[in-house]
Design a binder for this molecule. Structure first.
Ligand code: HEM
Length: 466
């Protein structure tokens, strides 16, 4: 099966979607050449996915191989199973669910919009030049996640588009992880042992990024020792350093904090970049949708002057049409396009496919968002209306069908946070500027763990005259 895959590499996401459609219950076995050990069960059947992610959750784990590929994640939440995962999840959950945390996030995003994103877009529109909006969002989300997790802003988003070492290293680590998905494990392990090629780059990048995080941990510890207890929310690292657990105080060591920080960077950076990039591409190419979003913004905020100063987390919930547009972008272009699970024991999927112990099951979130059975004949169209109920609220779609935020006990913990960031950014940009995709620019889907545009999103920006 490898040859047709290689032949269709350029459109691999659509090719797999088409292939799965032709199979019984959108499920098939993928068999690589014998020497690669690349045999998987691939599915996009929502009932199978529900079975693995919820009903038989304990039997489908990340597994040892995942741990090796995602080595840079350490023992953080994404890479962990059983007790380590449970501990991380309850720790993150205890912070994420706080109202103060939402307000803290709102303050960071507002600052970044006012101080960096708006000046940057003003500069681009004055020059009349073409800008890669995906690169802008990548820098924007990196600064935001740094502020939320570490309490510092590396200012990647500024007019001169600087090269920032820690950001570059982070990108290289993600590329390295995807490389480990693509090639047989024996090959990357040999490269790692010899310290050549992609593995050499990965080792260097991990070193640079770790130095950056550990330096932050050291300065936070120093700060914390100097000042007395302060209840104000500063950043996640400080909050995780000492955590009250009932009557005990748990002190986390540097390695735990490094892993927690790294995993939060992965969780909250590229995913939001991807969502924003595809949302802007779809809105810019669907003028009727754009007009309806603008109408909703005007209805809710009146004048758009200094809109970034006015938007608060509670107002965001009223923007139902905008939320429909975001869900539609996440459905058609899920930031995490596929996920993998490993079966501990043998099992039979609801589709009737047999799972042997240790089988790796890949489920294609990208294909799930394009299933006629779930979304109807118009499943390939961008239609925010499909998310709006007759009463004008958001239609609830079970998470095993709309799987972009995962489902079951490992559902994304940052769903609400990401919505805050995406909505605040979309409202600010759309009400101030017209975004026009550069003529002839056709976006290609990247081959990476996060679904970005391979060639960026090239746009022109003009001031909106309303
Ligand atoms: C549009 C934006 C986002 C999307 C589409 C998204 C999607 C996902 C998905 C698919 C997973 C499951 C990954 C897996 O198990 O391998 C996940 C997990 C997670 N996400 Fe998000 N995410 C987004 C933003 C965020 C943000 C902003 C944060 C917080 C900073 C966050 C925090 C987490 C955490 C902590 C987990 C691990 C949950 C667990 O394993 O129990 N996410 N997310």
């Amino acid at each position: 099966m490898l040859l047709p895959f290689l032949w269709n590499l350029r459109h691999i996401h659509d090719y797999i979607t088409k292939l799965l459609k032709q199979q019984r219950r959108n499920t098939c076995e993928f068999m690589g050449p014998w020497f690669t050990n690349q045999n998987y069960l691939v599915t996009s059947d929502p009932i199978n996915v529900h079975h693995m992610l919820s009903k038989c959750f304990d039997n489908y784990v990340k597994g040892h191989e995942y741990h090796e590929i995602f080595e840079a994640f350490g023992d953080g939440i994404f890479n962990a199973d059983s007790e380590t995962w449970k501990y991380n999840r309850s720790l993150f959950h205890s912070v994420f669910k706080q109202r103060d945390f939402e307000l803290f996030e709102e303050k960071i995003i507002r600052n970044k919009l006012e101080r960096s994103l708006i000046p940057m877009l003003d500069h681009v529109q004055q020059k009349g030049s073409v800008v890669d909006l995906q690169d802008v969002f990548n820098r924007f989300t990196f600064d935001n996640i740094c502020s939320v997790v570490l309490g510092c802003d590396p200012n990647c988003l500024s007019i001169d588009l600087p090269d920032v070492a820690c950001e570059k290293a982070f990108n290289e680590i993600e590329e390295g992880i995807f490389y480990r998905h693509k090639v047989p494990s024996g090959l990357w392990k040999l490269q790692k042992w010899l310290q050549i090629g992609e593995e050499r780059t990965m080792t260097k990048a991990c070193k640079t990024f770790d130095e950056f995080i550990y330096a932050n941990i050291a300065s936070k510890r120093e700060e914390l020792n100097k000042c007395s207890k302060n209840d104000e929310m500063v950043d996640l690292l400080t909050m995780f350093m000492k955590k009250d657990k009932g009557s005990q105080v748990v002190v986390h060591d540097d390695k735990f904090l490094r892993d927690a920080a790294f995993n939060l960077f992965v969780a909250g950076r590229d995913t939001v970049t991807s969502a924003l990039t595809w949302l802007f591409y779809l809105v810019a190419t669907h003028p009727l949708v754009e007009a309806k979003i603008l109408e909703e913004i005007k209805e809710n905020f009146g004048s758009i002057n200094n809109i970034e100063k006015k938007i608060g987390v509670d107002d965001l919930k009223k923007l139902v049409y905008l939320q429909g547009a975001i869900c539609e972008a996440l459905r058609l272009f899920p930031p995490i396009p596929f996920e993998r699970k490993q079966a501990i024991k043998g099992d039979v999927l609801p589709s009737g496919h047999i799972v042997k112990p240790n089988t790796i099951v890949l489920f294609f979130v990208y294909s799930m968002g394009r299933l006629e059975e779930s979304w109807g004949k118009d499943c390939l169209e961008f239609k925010p209306e499909r998310w709006i109920s007759e009463r004008g609220g958001i239609v609830h779609v079970p998470s095993y069908k709309f799987n972009s935020y995962n489902a079951g006990p490992r559902t994304c913990l940052g769903k609400d946070l990401s919505m805050i960031q995406i909505k605040m950014t979309a409202i600010t940009i759309l009400s101030k500027y017209c975004v026009q995709v550069e003529d002839g620019h056709v976006p290609f889907l990247s081959h990476s763990i996060v679904l970005l545009m391979k060639n960026g999103l090239k746009v022109r920006i003009t001031k909106r005259g309303i």
